[in-house]
Each structure stands twice: as C-alpha cells, then as structure tokens.
Design a binder for this molecule. Sequence first.
Ligand code: IPM
Ligand code: MG
Length: 358
Amino acid sequence: MEARFALLPGDGIGPEVISEARRVLEAVADVAGHRFSFTEYAIGGCAIDDHGVALPEATLEGARSADAILLGAVGGPRWSDPLASSRPEDGLLAIRSELGLFANVRPVRTQPQLADAAPRKREIIEDVDSLFFRELTGGIYFGGSTTTSEGATVADHMRSSVHEIERIVRLAAEAARHRRGELTSVDKANVLAVSRLWRSVADRVMSEEFPDVEFETVLVDAMAMHLLSRPRDFDVVVTGNLFGDILTDEASMLPGSMGMLASASLGASGPGLFEPIHGSAPDIAGTGTANPLAMILAAAMALEHSLGLTDESIRIHRAVDVVLDAGIRTPDIAAGGPVVSTVEMGTAVVEALDRTTS
Ligand code: IPM
Ligand code: MG
C-alpha cells in the first residue's frame, strides 16, 4: 500500500527519535512491499524560532492531508519564558484540538527483560498490561484562563461536556470488550463538579450500553496509589485530560522508563497522531543517548490504528522484543550495564525486523 506520513520532529530529542522511527518504517515498507513517503513539518519551539508561531499553517495542512502523523516532542528551556506570548506546548495542544484528536490511547505494558531496570519490585510490576484512555481535547487544558487584579489572581477553568465524556467512555469500553472486559473510570467526584458530571455520564453509558463490561470508579488520588501497589489489577482505564497526563507519567515507571511508552491520539475520522509520552528531554538532546523505542512503538501504533497494517505493527513489536532479549539498552533502561546510542538502538531494531517474519 501507499501511505503518506507527516513527520513533526519538534524540539530537544524529538528529531533524534523521529529519525529512528522513520528508518524502522522504511525497513518495514521494504520487507512488506509498501510505499511510504515522509514529509517533515515544523512544530513547537523550533517553529516559533523559524515561523513565529508554534503551529504554522503549513504544518496543520500537511498533517491534515497525511495518512498518519508522527510527532517527536515539543518544548525546552529556551522557550520557557513565562511572559512569552507563544509557547511550544501551544502547538501540540492546537494540533490536537484542530484535528479533533479527542482520544489519547496509552498502553502500559511491562517487559520481563526490563524488570531489573524498573524502580518497582519485580513481583509488583510483573505482567502489567493496561490501556489508558485520556480525554485529550477538553478539561482544564481547554477551559481557558482568566487573570484578574493585574495578575494577583489567575484561574484555569476545568470544563467538560456530556458529549465529550460519552465518546471517550464508549471508546474505552469498546477496547475493554476486546481485552479482559474491565474498565476503571478515574475522577475526583468528591470535590470537582466536572468529575461529578464525568461520573454520572460514565455510570449511565456503562449500565445502558456495556452491561457486559465490569466497571468501577476510582478517585484519582487513590488511583495514584493503586498504580504503585497493585498495577496488575487494571485493564482499561479512562480519565480526563489532566489526570490522564499525570497518571500515565506515573505508570511509565512500571515498565521503568518513559522512553518505552508510546501513545496514539485519535479522532472520529482523519489521521491519527502518534507520539512517545516522553517530552523533549533538553538535558540529553544532541548527546545521542535518548531511547528511540517509545517513538518506534508509536510508529507501530500508527501502522495499526491509521493504516490497518496490524501484521507490520506486530512485526515492529517483535523486533523490539528481540532487541531487548539481546540485552541492547539505551542508558534509561540499562540498570548500570553496557549501553548503545540512539542510532545504534534504531539500527538494532531495523536489523531485528529483517529476522522476524509477520
Ligand atoms: C503529554 C505532554 C503534553 C501534555 C505537554 C507537552 C503539553 O505532557 O503529551 O503528555 O501535557 O499533554
Ligand atoms: Mg504528559
């Protein structure tokens, strides 16, 4: 098949990890007989530098007309002036919202080969296999903010609508049907009005439309604790934008590194956007030490979700497993052992792809 990828490398380690994901996709196209094309567009801090805005019109148009979008990371200290009118993160939020990417899907799976690199004990993290659904275009991220009394008081508004809650809960519940059949909804209904709406809508959707899915509701503070004490208990988790952001960073410590976790941002139609859950890591940018596996796994999600190439996606996952089995490690997952560079890790995955069959 033919497919067009929009590549949005962004800032920090973004370009380094994107170029490894691209090499892996090129190798997949080679072995499976597809024709993939790639066009790069600016986003984030580098777009502010070159175009004056974090999301240039050409990037949005290029992303819209692609079959799938891969994004590296945005942000960095160079653009963190609190008084700046434009911030790199604005570009990411704008593209999510403009493309209607309301569902952010973040798989959290622990790999047995990495158990020793993870900060939690092996017996706690063994066999963790969860799928987080984070609502991505609502909540406090998109409620706007107000400043009064010349900056003495600032408010960010958390808002949500019945429609937004229904669609993300439905998507998560559908996914649960194809897995262990369990859904956990996370909110803060004991304090927030938005969460009380969330809970009542989730309860209704689940009892009316998904009586076959085992459903529970957990408060976000308790969830933060359960994720560390009994992470295996969670199959599919659905939550709002801010809670999803925080809980998935926490969950990334189960596999052991943010460098291992990928995510898909999906809308009702149109291309999905695929990115690692990690940020731009400006402290290690340019050192060749970033772990490209999260970005490579995000590319695998793109093949599965946007192009329907499930076999090819599985092939990438297998190749990553082969590489980990062989003990090949970037510093974030090395537990003090020998390490390879970002490019060497990409090469190892490409070579392993040739040896795995779909
Ligand atoms: C993420 C990131 C972003 C978010 C930032 C970079 C705006 O942390 O994708 O999780 O908060 O959504
Ligand atoms: Mg985050």
